[in-house]
Design a protein around this ligand. Structure first.
Ligand code: ADP
Ligand code: MG
Length: 451
């Protein structure tokens, strides 16, 4: 299957390049097609496309050959708006996709880490600040004495704040110290799927798999919401483990009381032990994280640039890490040290002082012109894609350049409802960070506004 073939290629590449390189270039890639003659790989942007063509092609070719695939050509095509991290090796293991082309290639077994732990997540490389020190201490306490204190340990907080990192660190610490302790890390989705499969195919051993462990770590518990039968099964698993003093560690995006449709008895079980939230680290901690990550990939980055990044990205650590990796990779590619200007270019967050003469009308007119549309089309209700994105960009620029309120932005575009304006601005804000094409369009357009 193409998934496992590509996972296998990624697996080899991951050990041969730096972590930053891997995360930057290979994270959002996907094998789209594999015919006998050609292999097509989707990459997230044109930077990446170029990198693959000039830098990684030979390596990929030879790994494919080792796996019995000998295409006469490998094509790299840009596919934007992919689900982020969709090919991260931790997340796709359970999502095979088969196409006719896939079946031409015999499945290749990748090394399966049976306990689900990724050795990359350790306590040592977790930076502690006031937003996460409680969670960190609780995790350390549990790692020292599993099953005795804080059972279950329930960690909750928004995406990309380090929940997975911490709960995996517990597992890694325990298995390193005592290899005989059985640890199992799963996402609650895996539990759900496993359970459904055991029913559908009348498979035996489901219960044992989860009950014969010393430490059960379940990530992203919120996915169990609304799945009553699975919740019931988990309830029994929980009881079996808890009664024999086995440790249970759970993460979720919200506290037990806020997970919708969680059965009352499971909710109360979750609240038996310790629930701790984890928040976005403050500026100082964000800087420390960036410095630690740069040091870990032996890259040099000056304090000013670190502060610039820490100041620009306040959403979550994953984004912060992503921006740093992009910056380091870009600097490596260009052969010049990373600096604020480069970071600004990449983040597309150049804060200029607003010249007096720029008006809403000019922004709309110039955006329309840039995309070869008329201002009337931008302000119309048409939903064609080639108009919608420029319209959203116009709204984004009204916000970023003129700091207009959302109702005002809506009004300028001839709309009554300002929620569309909020949505559009947020969408482009995000796209500017993630999508190199949008970033370039916006940067180019900004230049035009100020000439
Ligand atoms: P969550 O599970 O909460 O969505 P993750 O644990 O996946 O978040 O964290 C996202 C990324 O940020 C990971 O690569 C993780 O290693 C990193 N990270 C998060 N918090 C920290 C921290 N305090 N120190 C170092 N790295 C961190
Ligand atoms: Mg997570």
């Amino acid at each position: 299957m193409s998934q496992s073939l590509w996972q296998s290629v990624l697996g080899e590449i991951e050990v041969s390049v730096s972590h930053a390189t891997f995360m930057t270039w290979f994270k959002n890639t996907e094998l789209l097609e594999n015919t006998n003659d050609s292999v097509t790989i989707a990459v997230p942007n044109i930077f990446a496309q170029r990198q693959f063509e000039v830098k990684f092609n030979d390596q990929i070719k030879s790994i494919l050959e080792k796996n019995g695939v000998t295409p006469s050509s490998i094509n790299y095509i840009v596919k934007t708006n992919q689900k982020r991290q969709s090919t991260s090796r931790e997340t796709t293991r359970s999502a095979p996709i088969t196409s006719a082309a896939d079946r031409l290639v015999a499945p290749i077994k990748t090394k399966v880490i049976t306990n689900g732990l990724n050795p990359r997540y350790t306590f040592k490389n977790f930076i502690v600040g006031s937003s996460n020190d409680l969670a960190y201490s609780a995790c350390q306490a549990v790692a020292k004495n599993p099953g005795s204190k804080y059972n279950p340990l329930f960690l909750y907080g928004g995406v990309g704040l380090g929940k997975t990192h911490l709960i995996q660190a517990v597992g890694n610490e325990i298995t390193t110290r005592d290899p005989d302790t059985t640890v199992l890390y799963i996402s609650s989705e895996t539990f759900v799927n496993d359970f459904l499969e055991s029913i559908r195919f009348k498979k035996k051993g489901f219960a044992d798999k989860y009950r014969n462990v010393d430490v059960l770590i379940v990530d992203d518990m919120q996915f169990i919401a609304g799945k009553e039968k699975t919740q019931e099964e988990f309830f029994h698993t929980f009881n079996a483990l808890h009664q024999t003093n086995k440790q249970i560690i759970i993460s979720s995006d919200k506290p037990p009381r806020n997970i919708p449709t969680l059965t009352e008895r499971l909710r109360s079980r979750f609240e038996w032990g310790m629930s701790i939230d984890i928040q976005m680290p403050d500026f100082e901690t964000r800087c420390a994280i960036l410095e630690a990550k740069a040091a870990a990939s032996s890259a040099e980055i000056d304090r000013a640039t670190v502060e610039y990044l820490a100041n620009s990205i306040k959403t979550n650590i994953r984004e912060l890490e992503g921006a740093l990796n992009q910056l380091l990779a870009y600097s490596e590619m260009r052969g010049v040290p990373a600096d604020i200007a480069m970071a600004e270019g990449l983040i597309g967050n150049v804060r200029r002082t607003r010249p007096q003469h720029l008006t809403s009308k000019q922004i709309i007119d110039r955006t329309a012109k840039h995309f070869q549309l008329t201002s009337a089309e931008i302000c119309s209700a048409k939903r064609d894609k080639h108009i919608v994105t420029p319209r959203q960009i116009a709204m984004y620029l009204l916000r970023s350049e003129l700091h207009l309120s959302f109702p005002k932005i809506a009004q300028e575009l001839g709309r009554k409802d300002h929620t569309t304006a909020i949505h559009s601005v947020e969408k482009i804000e995000k796209a500017v960070k993630l999508d190199v094409l949008i970033r370039e369009q916006v940067a180019e357009l900004r230049e035009k506004l100020y000439v």
